[in-house]
Design a binder for this molecule. Structure first.
Ligand code: CP
Ligand code: NVA
Length: 298
């Protein structure tokens, strides 16, 4: 039984296989004959909002011959307090796979344990593995192998997206720099677990210098809305803008997992100047997730 619960738990050969297959999925879109999900129904159980993850999984499942079933957690008994392990055992008897977006990482892990069907983490507070696989596909498509590159993350360095980046750095051998205020840097325990070439700093300029990729994410992740004002104040200078891009390598990629808040983590001019990369990143969610689904059922 294969699950994609986190980049931390994804074995390096599996990660490499998914990344290779995502390129094939992209190239062969509309022409591939294999229908690995034929006759299958996969649920998307979402406790948080989503545009990209939801659309790319629904389209991807259909293109691989399966049927997607979107379930907002608020509309099923889960939202009224039915335990995860009971929901999982019911779904495991009817469905072929599940894609779960929620708060606690332990909820996705418990679902995988009890459902007996392939389970994919579509974002938790801890990690966003599908995003990072599509991002690496994008970098490799535009710049070749990520090994040896410098990826600089700027902003809330302790949220799900940079944490998945940390575990990817440990597995794929690139340097990750995280520029964030101390309070928004990953914990020492997480850094130890990731075991990669990772530098955390409060110095945004030093982090951007000679980088191959400048990457950012929202300052206020889903579930952190009550901290909005404090986060906006604390993260004010952790923005990707024209001045910062000048410090990176010529031709450096500027990336954003989206949704973007212009004037906060990125300025409008920088976003628009790099829109092709950013929306290729969004498109690659579809191809990378088809590769994840194909891997999960093989
Ligand atoms: N990047 C990302 O996961 O976007 P959604 O929240 O719209 O799915
Ligand atoms: N860190 C963001 C990612 C959104 C795709 C969040 O959790 O809201």
């Amino acid at each position: 039984m294969k699950h994609l619960l986190s980049i931390e738990k994804l074995a390096r050969p599996d990660m490499e296989r998914i990344l290779t297959d995502s390129v094939v999925m992209k190239r062969a879109r509309g022409r591939h004959k294999a229908q690995p999900l034929a006759g299958q129904t996969w649920a998307l159980i979402f406790s948080k909002s989503s545009t990209r993850t939801r659309v790319s999984f629904e389209v991807g499942i259909s293109e691989l011959g399966g049927r997607p079933m979107f379930l907002s957690a608020a509309d099923i008994q889960l939202g009224r307090g039915e335990p995860i392990k009971d929901t999982a055992r019911v779904m495991g008897r009817m469905l072929h796979g599940a894609i779960f977006r929620t708060y606690a990482q332990s909820d996705v892990e418990e679902f995988a344990q009890y459902s007996g069907i392939p389970t994919i983490n579509a974002l938790t507070d801890a990690e966003h593995p599908c995003q990072i696989l599509a991002d690496i596909q994008t970098i490799q498509e535009k710049q070749g192998s990520i090994a040896g590159k410098i990826v600089t993350f700027i902003g809330d360095g302790a949220c799900n997206v940079p944490v998945s980046w940390m575990f990817a750095a440990g597995k794929l051998g690139f340097q990750l720099r995280i520029a964030a205020p101390k309070k928004f840097q990953p914990s020492a325990a997480l850094l130890k677990r990731a075991a990669g070439k990772i530098i955390c700093t409060e110095d945004v300029k030093a982090a951007a210098r000679e980088a191959d990729v400048l990457y950012t994410d929202v300052w206020v992740s889903m579930g952190k809305e009550a901290e909005s004002a404090a986060r906006i104040k604390a993260l004010k200078s952790y923005q990707i803008n024209q001045a910062l891009v000048k410090l990176a390598k010529p031709g450096a990629l500027v990336m954003h997992c989206l949704p973007a808040y212009r004037g906060k983590e990125i300025d409008d001019a920088t976003f628009e100047a790099n829109a092709d990369t950013i929306f290729t990143q969004a498109e690659n969610r579809l191809h990378a997730q088809k590769a994840i689904l194909n891997w999960a059922v093989s």
